[in-house]
Design a protein. Structure first.
Length: 92
């Protein structure tokens, strides 16, 4: 889904990137040259200078793709829970 009113939707799309750390996975959008990414997704605050509603292009895409990632997410989560439970087991 291409956000409406974006002069160069390719720049916004090209700014989407994923990253991972030991603490979690992240999706980042925007850059120094695409500073409007957050405003397009979430909008301006009510009563703000432009009072623009968010288009939720990223949220909509994530929700549409949920069947592709939800099982993997819960499988990984269960492995983490099991690892923590086994590490803390005292045999009591």
């Amino acid at each position: 889904m291409v956000p409406l009113g974006i002069e160069d939707p390719g720049a916004l799309l090209a700014s989407v990137r994923g990253s991972a750390t030991a603490a979690g996975a992240y999706i980042r959008v925007g850059s120094r040259t695409v500073p409007y990414a957050g405003v397009v997704e979430w909008g301006y605050p009510a009563g703000g200078a432009k009072n623009q509603a968010g288009q939720h292009y990223l949220t909509d895409a994530l929700n549409a793709a949920e069947p592709q990632w939800i099982d993997i997410y819960f499988e990984k989560l269960e492995k983490i829970i099991d690892r923590i439970a086994n590490a803390n087991y005292t045999g009591v």
